[in-house]
Design a protein around this ligand. Sequence first.
Ligand code: ATP
Length: 235
Amino acid sequence: MTALLELSGVHAAYSGITVLHGIDLAVEAGQVVTLLGPNGAGKTTTLKVAAGVHPPADGRLLLGGRDATGAPPRELARAGVCLIPEGRGVFPNLSVRDNLLMMTFTGRSREEIEDTAYARFPALKPRHAQHAGTLSGGEQQMLALARGLATDPAVLLLDELSMGLAPMVVAELYEYVADIARQGVAVLVVEQFAAAVLKVTDHAAVLAGGRIQWQGHPDSSLHAELSTYYLGSAT
Ligand code: ATP
């Protein structure tokens, strides 16, 4: 099967300092691929390359087998790539409804966007008039996901969904993510470490020092790899 998203030999640098040294990673439709790694490993940079936010210094970005290297973020977004950045991509001073209604630029009607969002994330419906900044962290992530899904993405890029959230909330969010993948979306998740994400992961990669040190099925050998590369704790 052709991967919807593929990074091949990707190098990336900031101000001439190389931080990714040849990343090979592929995500197929319906798959959750998780990129794990300690602080500063290059996880966010990898997502930025995949979203076109940071152009690779070398290597290729392929979307559905087509070369999209160097394409600007807007073009990649139009091609179906959606990045949900760390820190919950919502507007805190706008209501839940207004956060959703901003997504009408996608060409969908207000009703369709709201109905789809509340059907998928029922917890948001009774909070439609509430400022997004006053939602719980988990609800904010649900809203960020709902906004992203309004673009009908083929490729969903998620940066540290678990940041600052209780393990139970993270587990619930990753159940939603698994469901999104089941509908045919290629999902690339970045996490420093969240046990919940491994439960829904089809393929895991461990990134350290800008290199993929290991990749494969998230089985017991992954845990051995993680303990080699982590100084942080496993939560
Ligand atoms: P974290 O989990 O801490 O966010 P990460 O694995 O996502 O880490 P990146 O944010 O991709 O790692 O950073 C990789 C390296 O690139 C780090 O050494 C970081 O300092 C550097 N870096 C990231 N963004 C920039 C930037 N805008 N300018 C310069 N260097 C950067």
